[in-house]
Design a protein around this ligand. Structure first.
Ligand code: NOJ
Length: 752
């Protein structure tokens, strides 16, 4: 597959020139050096190592701090986050290494969310590509750039599952499914960390936010989370466990309470499950002031109490809040924490720094020449473009409007909409592109749809007009009539609508999923021109567009595609790339349907049809989504054979093989995400109507067929049984294979 080739290329060139730097230090050796150092440290120096201080970019509530260099000099800083100035990082490191008593280097952390300098599609979009190799390769590039710019530690991947697209951070995750979320989590960890953390082109990963953050009530960021152990174990934790097993060096606490206990002081999560059950022994960093916020939660009295409770729960490092600086020593003096508990957290911090190779060479990530040679290579852009095109999801294509055909009926194209050619506001990206700076970034690096589509289409013989539409409060209906005039003069309208880049990310929850700022009305007015239209959606979350769903013949979800937005869109609209993205999250019909996710339980009264009374449903809206999980069209079509099973029943320890033959029944080559689901028909407790257990993305030439086989074992059939373990119940199961969560073939089998 093309992506495998791109991946090998990227991996080769990320690793090749750098292997010479690898200085693997053995675990025993690191442990010995950590103990030697620990023995020399004062309590203040130890607490200093557990303090992470904000650099030049603030990504949270206001925090007061003295001059950063003075704090470092005083031995009060173990880590700096969100610092963008390369030269300043060298100065800070020099002060830490040369001007403090023990010369312990600083570890620099940063939010590397969808690329670093080269901006890739948002993580949710990446997940829509269902190409784990490309995701891993993308993180390799992000890590290579970040490390060359002096960052050691990516605050990513965010592996939070969510059922609520109102939550602004839905864009940072892999969607609603724990199985798929786990595979994506592993790919991202591998991509960031590579083979050896101490290489100067790798950064440490940080699985976040532990845990439950995707289930904030009402989708309102930072809100309360309350859920059963069942949901925690089966839906929330699997991607975290996958990240831990893939070797994620660090974890981050979540802001929320979980069943009343703030995640940062949640011993059940951090000590019992993460460190205990999973045997993971990395560093846990708080989220931004989340230790201090335990006071606001009403679960700690003051900084001392907060320090004692968070450390005792198993959390190690204090991000941005300074709570440990204010309260940890007092907690020790009052006997609220032990010296051993502090030592354990410091040990984990020092071990982390050793594993990054910072003690061997504190400046290994601060080489100006490497930085110059590494950032923003054209190859990175190519990978970003390929990934953006692969992430786009074709929801509708009535009458085969797409791909645009120079020999077809549409010669004159009106490109309209607020996102036809938008520069600024981090449009086509998200707030989480901090490597570019906050508001002062160089917006010329983004290729807008107009920049790419117009010349490309004109070259193919189309005529293209561009009508940008202003959506600010001071715009009025005349902007809409400009769209109508453009539509009247054209044969086909391409409407670029969606969300602003700054509306995507943390603290950016919404209460309705309607296409914002009157954009459905814009589509309706343009439709008065009686011309077919293609709606291109630039979005960070599932949106709701009931009118467009019925009336616009072609709909393409482009997400927030990153720097290469326009080029990737051109590739898809012209058919150079055949869309193969599938939704990693359900698109509901209305905001009121939330939570809506494919792997729900059945209820005792499932509604078979809209309107059926005394069944679980609404009077005013069917239970079905607008577009289901796993759905996405192609410019070709695929047919599926019936499922063939290797046996009708398996014993524990045996493997069931479910095979289908998929055929490309259209005229062009295409890629299909073949998905495998199961249903446990009855168990000791109610089980989901479908659960994803495998997928494979295959590429088929026209007329070509391929047999895909999924292997299922007892482990795949097991569930959290409320008695503190996963187990599978003997009995009847169904297996489904198909091109989405609803369009499937089905077969029955039994577990003996
Ligand atoms: C708060 C966010 O929740 C977290 O994801 C991020 O890494 C930190 N701020 C640092 O910016």
């Amino acid at each position: 597959m093309k992506n495998t080739a791109i991946r090998s290329l990227i991996i080769a060139f990320c690793f090749l020139p750098l292997t010479a730097f690898s200085q693997k230090t053995s675990v025993q050796n690191i442990d010995r050096r950590v103990e030697e150092l620990l023995a020399k440290m004062t309590v203040d120096e130890k607490i200093g190592q557990l303090n992470q201080v904000v650099g030049d970019i603030s990504t949270g509530t206001d925090v007061k701090q003295d001059n950063l260099l003075n704090q470092i000099r005083a031995g009060k800083v173990g880590s700096v986050l969100s610092h963008t100035n390369f030269e300043n990082k060298i100065v800070m490191q020099r002060v830490a290494v040369k001007e403090t008593r023990l010369g312990i280097p600083i570890v620099f952390g940063f939010d590397v969310i969808h690329g670093y300098k080269t901006i890739f599609p948002i993580p949710l979009a990446q997940a829509a590509g269902w190409n784990l190799a490309a995701i891993e390769a993308g993180e390799r590039i992000a890590a290579t750039e970040a490390a060359a710019d002096g960052q050691n530690w990516a605050f990513a991947p965010m592996v939070d599952i969510t059922h609520d697209p109102r939550w602004g951070r839905v864009m940072e995750g892999a969607g609603e499914d724990p199985y798929y979320g786990s595979r994506v989590a592993e790919a991202r960890v591998r991509g960031f960390q590579g083979a050896d953390l101490s290489l100067p082109n790798t950064v440490a990963a940080c699985a976040k936010h532990f845990a439950g953050y995707g289930f904030v009530e009402g989708g309102r960021d930072y809100n309360t989370v309350d859920m059963s152990e069942q949901r925690l174990r089966e839906t929330v934790l699997p991607p975290f466990e996958a990240a831990a097993r893939a070797g994620s060096a660090t974890f981050m606490n979540a802001f929320n309470t979980l069943n009343g206990v703030p995640a940062s002081m949640n011993k059940h999560l951090v000590t019992d499950i993460l460190r205990g059950e999973w045997g993971w022994n990395g560093l846990v960093v708080s989220d931004w002031d989340s230790f201090g916020e335990t006071v606001e939660h009403g679960a700690a009295e003051d900084d001392t109490d907060a320090s004692a409770k968070c450390l005792a729960a198993g959390s190690d490092m204090d991000m941005a809040g300074g709570t440990f600086q204010l309260g940890l020593k007092k907690a020790l003096e009052q006997g609220r924490v032990t010296q051993q508990q502090i030592d354990e957290a410091v040990r984990r911090t020092l071990r982390f720094k050793f594993s990054l190779g910072l003690f061997d060479d504190p400046f290994r990530y601060l080489d100006p020449k490497r930085r110059e040679q590494t950032l923003e290579k054209p190859e990175y852009r190519q990978a970003a473009r390929a990934m953006a095109a692969e992430s786009m999801v074709l929801l509708k294509n009535d009458g085969g409007v797409l791909p645009l055909d120079p020999a077809g009926p549409f010669k004159k194209i009106a490109l309209i909409g607020p996102y036809a050619n938008s520069i600024g506001n981090k449009d086509y990206m998200s707030f989480w592109t901090l490597g570019l700076g906050m508001r002062d970034y160089d917006s010329t690096k983004v290729v807008t749809p107009a920049m790419a589509l117009k010349p490309a289409l004109e070259k193919l013989g189309f005529e293209v007009t561009i009508t940008e539409i202003c959506l600010d409060a001071n715009c009025d209906e005349k902007d809409y009539s400009a769209a109508l005039n453009a539509a009247r003069a054209a044969d086909l309208v391409i409407a670029c609508v969606g969300e602003r880049g700054y509306d995507c990310g943390e603290s950016r929850s919404v209460n309705t999923l309607e296409l914002p700022r009157g954009q459905e009305r814009l589509l309706q007015i343009a439709a008065r021109g009686n011309k077919p239209a293609v709606m291109v959606l630039f979005n960070s979350r599932p949106l709701v567009f009931p009118w467009a769903m019925e009336n616009v013949p072609a709909i393409l979800v482009a997400w927030q595609p990153g720097f290469e937005a326009g080029n990737a869109l051109t590739d898809v609209l012209t058919g150079k790339v055949n869309p193969s993205g599938k939704l990693p999250i359900t698109f509901p019909r209305s905001t009121g349907q939330i939570p809506m996710y494919y792997n729900h339980l059945s209820t005792g009264r499932p509604q078979a049809q809209f309107g059926e009374m005394w069944k679980s449903g609404y009077l005013d809206m069917p239970n079905t989504p607008a577009y289901p999980f796993g759905f996405g069209l192609s410019y070709t079509t695929f047919s599926y054979s019936d499922i063939k099973l290797n046996k009708a029943a398996i014993n524990k320890g045996e493997t069931l093989e479910a095979s289908v033959t998929v055929t490309n029944t259209g005229n062009v080559a295409g890629a299909e995400v073949v998905q495998c689901y199961i249903r446990d028909l009855f168990a000791d407790i109610s089980r989901p109507v479908k659960e994803l257990k495998g997928f494979e993305k295959i590429k088929l030439a026209p007329g070509e067929s391929r047999t895909v086989t999924f292997k299922l074992t007892e482990k795949d059939l097991s569930y959290w049984n409320d008695q503190t373990k996963f187990k599978a119940d003997p009995g009847k199961f169904k297996v489904f294979v198909g091109g989405s969560s609803v369009d499937v073939k089905v077969a029955d089998f039994e577990l003996k």
